[in-house]
Design a protein around this ligand. Structure first.
Ligand code: ACM
Length: 641
């Protein structure tokens, strides 16, 4: 916002007797004209605690909706060009711990009703030193000179003195083998636009031939590479063949881009297969919209690291991003956030309305792209909580007798859950599922289930009646009743439930065929396994890639689940939490990319990498083959968004 006429500085300062401290805001008029009769709005994840009496010096608090806040200056205040207005905001619901914890966006509403942009940037810290961001990664050490990430289950290799110009199919390679080379070659080209292409489909002078073979005794994702005059690639199936070719492309890429450190093997063998079947990466596209091309690039990066599940978090309070033809309003009203829209700006939105959604054609293209790379897309619509956008688009889904602000989610959204006592809720979801099963071949459909606030629906007469009629116990009895109906609806459509760990609350659902993600803390995974659920480990304390990587104030990121340095993400052993008899319930591990803070690409790259690669290695490589310094040496070669 180079030419903004107004700027808002935001600082956090400690306050005696209140560990949450307060904000000090300064609005500076950089325009040529006096400013008066205005209101100021900003968005901030560190929210004012409006359940108590707000105390703001030199301003009046007007309203809050989740992270949206609005204030007005003292009556009669006029800011001449160059003047500023300073005011304070308290009480806050938590302290600001990092420079990204304050205002993310702001705008003014002028006396004539126009909304104008206000530049806003890093939160400043008053009253104590704002520690600089540290260097997060060590230099690394590749004891074996081969750039493979994830590192294989078994590798015994001798380095050669020079890398072949390109690898090409030996005589007798099938059309499928040649196609597989084309798939991985074009993956490489998309990820490294100036890199030297590892594969050619015709014989290459100074190249090396790949002889393809299959072995029925290998699992489908397994492969073996034998290096000699030729390279023999033996695989258990098409995925294994792709993974073997990806390993070859990685070896060549390392040998060419860092020839002093990495070499191409002259002889030896790699025998490889994944540690876990579920090697996931989740992306929240509700809090911020990612264009389809960015989603495709993330899937490409996943394929390069042999991650195989893309968990696509398509809906949340902030927006519903999936086109549903039966309900077009979901992607008109249900995505638009702006000062005069039904949904107010959040998390970086300002004076201009913003939207963004995926058409069904986009979805089909993304699912096909992922499938061709052996990445399965598991879609999520987050219900019954996290549904502000749905309810903004479809007002009929609310109980008209329920008081408007009778409960709030942990993110501060009022009355944000679909009501299990309204029959139209199921009609709506049935039509959504009908369209989703046509778009997503995955047998799993993720239905969220997280963070339904403790007193949700308790002010809804319809929900109260359902509780009485069915003998249900409070919010979580209702949630379980709802989830069981959803499970049945999915079964009727040939699909099984995936969800967050709270799906198990209040009686849960039938664990048979249900997969839950343990996110709140590692112990939850064990509890779920004891209840008979299959579990994917996504604990925030290790695998949430929005978490800050160091405690320094200038290091950006969220911190509610703690500080998650790359080394912790790398070395964390999720299965270590499980007793022997429950280990088989743990299907794998997954990175989660929650987007509240992700305002731009640099931010994404700083937080997601190299930790996504750390999770890819945790998902693939046996514990005894993990090596932090080797990872640190190879991770810089990985592509970014
Ligand atoms: C979650 O982080 N609410 C699943």
């Amino acid at each position: 916002m180079a030419n903004a006429e107004y700027r808002l500085e935001n600082a956090w300062e400690p306050v005696d007797g209140d560990p949450c401290g307060r904000f000090v805001f300064t609005l500076i008029n950089l325009s040529d004209a006096p400013l008066s009769g205005f209101k100021l709005a900003y968005t901030s994840l560190t929210r004012i605690k409006d359940s108590e009496e707000p105390h703001c010096e030199n301003a009046t608090f007007l309203r809050r909706n989740a992270n949206f806040h609005q204030y007005e200056p003292p009556a009669g205040l006029t800011l001449q060009p160059g003047d500023s207005w300073q005011f304070t905001v308290a009480p806050l619901w938590r302290p600001a711990r990092h420079r990204t914890d304050g205002a993310k966006s702001a705008y003014l509403t002028l006396s004539d009703g126009r909304h104008v942009p206000v530049a806003v940037d890093d939160t400043l810290l008053s009253g104590r030193p704002a520690e600089p961001a540290p260097v997060l990664m060590p230099a690394g050490e590749a004891k074996q000179p081969f750039s493979l990430l994830p590192w294989p289950a078994d590798a015994a290799l001798e380095a050669g003195d020079k890398a072949p110009v390109a690898l090409y199919p030996a005589d007798g390679a099938s059309v499928d083998d040649r196609r597989a080379m084309q798939v991985v070659g074009s993956l490489y080209r998309r990820l490294f636009q100036i890199g030297q292409q590892p594969f050619a489909l015709a014989t290459v002078h100074d190249g090396q031939a790949i002889r393809f073979a299959t072995d029925d005794t290998l699992v489908g994702e397994a492969y073996r590479l034998e290096f000699g005059d030729e390279i023999t690639l033996t695989s258990g199936g098409p995925a294994g063949c792709q993974y073997g070719l990806t390993a070859l492309a990685q070896l060549l890429h390392g040998a060419r881009t860092q020839p002093g450190t990495f070499k191409f093997p002259a002889s030896g063998t790699i025998s490889d297969q994944p540690r876990y079947g579920w090697r996931g990466c989740h992306l929240d596209v509700s809090r911020q919209f990612y264009p389809a091309a960015d989603v495709i690039r993330l899937i490409d990066i996943m394929a390069w690291m042999r991650l195989n599940i893309f968990h696509w978090h398509l809906t949340d309070d902030e927006a519903w991003r999936l086109e549903i033809k039966a309900y077009p309003q979901l992607t008109t009203t249900g995505v638009l956030r702006g000062p005069d829209e039904p949904m107010l700006p959040q998390l970086g939105n300002g004076a201009e309305p913003v939207g963004g959604f995926y058409s069904q054609d986009d979805v089909k293209a993304i699912v096909a792209h992922a499938g061709a790379l052996h990445v399965e897309v598991v879609p999520e619509i987050d219900i019954p909580g996290h549904s502000t956008a749905t309810l903004a688009a479809l007002a009929d889904l609310t109980d008209g007798q329920e008081a408007p602000d009778s409960y709030r989610s942990v993110q501060g959204f009022p009355n944000n859950a679909l009501n299990p006592a309204i029959e139209e809720t199921y009609t709506f979801l049935g039509k959504v599922f009908d369209e989703m099963v046509e778009l997503f071949p995955s047998k799993l459909l993720h239905i969220g289930g997280d963070e339904v606030a403790a007193n949700t629906w308790m002010a809804s007469p319809l929900a109260r009646k359902l509780m009485e009629d069915e003998g249900l116990d409070g919010t979580f009895g209702l949630q379980s009743h709802f989830m069981k109906r959803i499970q049945k609806m999915l079964a009727e459509r040939g699909r099984q439930v995936a969800g967050w760990d709270e799906v198990s609350h209040g009686g849960g659902v039938d664990p048979e065929g249900t997969l839950l993600m343990a996110w709140q803390k590692p112990e939850v995974g064990v509890e779920l396994a004891k209840l008979g659920y299959d579990v994917v480990m996504t604990p925030g304390q290790a695998y949430y890639l929005d978490m800050v990587q160091d405690e320094a104030f200038q290091e950006p990121g969220a911190s509610w689940a703690g500080t998650v340095p790359p080394k912790h993400t790398y070395t964390y052993e999720a299965v270590g939490e499980f007793p022997e008899e429950l280990k088989s319930r743990m299907r794998g591990v997954q990175a989660c990319i929650w987007s509240e803070h992700f305002l731009n690409r640099d931010y994404f790259n700083h937080l997601v990498f190299p930790r996504l690669g750390a999770i890819a290695e945790a998902a693939w490589t046996p514990k005894d083959n993990k090596d932090w310094l080797r990872f640190a040496a190879i991770a810089p070669l990985m592509p970014k968004l």
